[in-house]
Design a binder for this molecule. Structure first.
Ligand code: FES
Length: 108
């Protein structure tokens, strides 16, 4: 699978989500303790935008009703059978330029 660029690393703020559309996917990008995580933006409870959430104890907290999803695996904290998809992330450093955040997306 090819790598897809989402944004520049400098566009991310620690603890805040950024909404990005790429390859037909709607994504929530988070920077937490120096690591970038990318999850599906759609909350499986009632469809709120996870990019508008915040981070607590290693989880993205949905802004609508507070469901917490682990950044590491996308699982709901108290019920791992409920989860959002997560994507492999890499940082692509460009000589003398900004660092790109890239992910691998499955074909739709
Ligand atoms: S829509 Fe996300 S917790 Fe309800």
């Amino acid at each position: 699978m090819p790598w897809t660029s989402l944004c520049e690393l400098t566009e991310l703020r620690d603890g805040e989500g950024k909404y990005v559309e790429a390859g037909g996917y709607q994504l929530a990008v988070f920077l937490h303790e120096g690591i970038v995580h990318v999850l599906d933006n759609h909350c499986p409870h009632a469809g709120a935008n996870l990019a508008g959430g915040w981070i607590n104890a290693g989880c993205v907290v949905c802004p609508k009703h507070g469901w917490p999803f682990h950044l590491e695996n996308g699982q709901l904290r108290d019920n791992p059978t409920v989860a959002v998809d997560i994507y492999p992330v890499r940082l692509m450093e460009q000589a003398g330029e900004t660092t790109l955040v890239q992910i691998q997306l499955p074909d739709l």
